[in-house]
Write a protein that binds this ligand. Structure first.
Ligand SMILES: NC(=O)c1ccc[n+]([C@@H]2O[C@H](COP(=O)([O-])OP(=O)(O)OC[C@H]3O[C@@H](n4cnc5c(N)ncnc54)[C@H](OP(=O)(O)O)[C@@H]3O)[C@@H](O)[C@H]2O)c1
Length: 329
């Protein structure tokens, strides 16, 4: 095992934050049963918030941000994991309370780790990342509610982002007719290449409308929140549902109860961070089976650790398309 490793460290000097790439000794790693050589991490929206110090994501300093990583076990005090095994970690407060994935080495509780299913490599695992795993949790939530491929479209909001891109690709692969809502009309061809049948302008959703509108969607996956989620809810058909996982457009929900009590519409909350392990394992197994990996490649760009601050800024401005992977090799 190497004696030192590179990490992106965020420090707090009396309220002034400093972010830098540092060379650290192995003795700096936090406590945990399993030590992992990190291969890849990724920049999710929450990583953007953490790195630019918005939304109080980081709870203790110094912190290595990065809410997810994939890598190879190099040391394990747990009978569950052996050196050489490939693992993925999403959430559990990693990159917030516990050092995360923007480092060449990480140490974590065994119960936080998921073994990579056959068919998903280390780079693909982070091309999926927390955004893609959350997209699959959203698909599973819609399925649990009884939403099946059919005549009406499923709407995906924030479609050109990370959650949105993976959601479009999975839903299309499963046979759903997919409508992709985006504020970037120049991404229409990209979204169609992922499987979207219809492109809808973000502006169709982000202004107040009727509390109950024409039944337009079989269901939805929403990563935007606020007025966008309220509008989608008002347009879901009888018995449909929306899986809500994001707040890119805001945290409020200016809606009425009418879609719920007159159409039996379901509002399904999706959390990836504390999601129980069996559900995570099921989501990763489903990703191995139902995600079209050629489409995943098309939505992924790869960057170095020193590019994380610029990517953090860009993702909060809605400028990152698809998934931004960080190569720690
Ligand atoms: N619940 C969970 O456990 C969980 C897990 C992962 C992510 N999330 C949340 O899901 C959201 C998406 O995450 P992500 O990593 O996919 O981020 P992302 O790549 O930045 O995607 C967000 C997308 O939302 C759209 N958008 C951005 N700002 C907007 C605004 N002001 N109004 C309307 N639309 C806007 C943009 O898509 P277009 O350009 O196509 O319009 C953007 O690409 C974030 O809020 C994140 O915190 C939650």
């Amino acid at each position: 095992m190497s004696q030192s490793f590179k990490a992106l460290v965020v420090e707090d000097a009396g309220g002034a934050h400093k972010t830098s790439v540092q060379e650290l000794g192995m003795d700096r790693l936090p406590a945990g049963e399993v030590t992992v050589r990190v291969a890849y991490s990724t920049v999710n929206y929450k990583d953007g918030l953490a790195v630019v110090h918005r939304g109080r994501i980081i709870r203790s300093y110094p912190m290595v941000p990065g809410i997810d990583f994939s890598g190879t076990v190099v040391d394990s005090q747990s009978p569950e994991f052996k050196p050489g095994e490939q693992v993925v970690l999403n959430g559990w407060g990693v990159g917030e309370r516990h050092w995360g994935g923007f480092a060449q080495m990480a140490r974590a509780k065994a119960e936080w780790l998921v073994k990579l299913p056959a068919g998903i490599g280390l780079k693909q695992a982070m091309a999926i990342g927390t955004a893609g795993y959350t997209a699959m949790l959203c698909v599973m939530a819609l399925e649990d509610y009884g939403i099946k491929p059919g005549d009406k479209e499923v709407i995906v909001t924030g479609a050109a982002g990370g959650v949105g891109s993976v959601a479009v690709a999975i839903l299309a692969r499963l046979g759903h007719a997919v409508a992709a809502s985006t504020g970037r009309p120049e991404q229409a061809d990209y979204l169609k290449s992922l499987g979207a049948r219809t492109i809808v302008a973000r502006g169709d959703f982000d202004k107040p409308g009727k509390p109950l509108d024409a039944e337009r969607w079989a269901g939805g996956i929403d990563s935007v929140g606020s007025q966008t989620l309220a509008t989608v809810l008002s347009q879901v058909r009888y018995g449909g549902a929306v899986a809500a996982c994001g707040l890119a457009g805001g945290t409020n929900l200016p809606a009425t109860v009418l879609p719920f009590i007159l159409r039996g519409v379901g509002l399904l909350g999706v959390d990836s961070v504390m999601c129980p392990r069996p559900r995570r394992q099921a989501a990763w197994a489903r990703l191995a089976k139902d995600l079209p990996f050629d489409k995943l490649d098309a939505m992924t760009t790869v960057h170095g650790l020193d590019q994380v601050p610029a990517l953090a800024d860009a993702i909060l401005k809605g400028q990152v398309r698809g998934r931004a992977v960080i190569d720690l090799g």
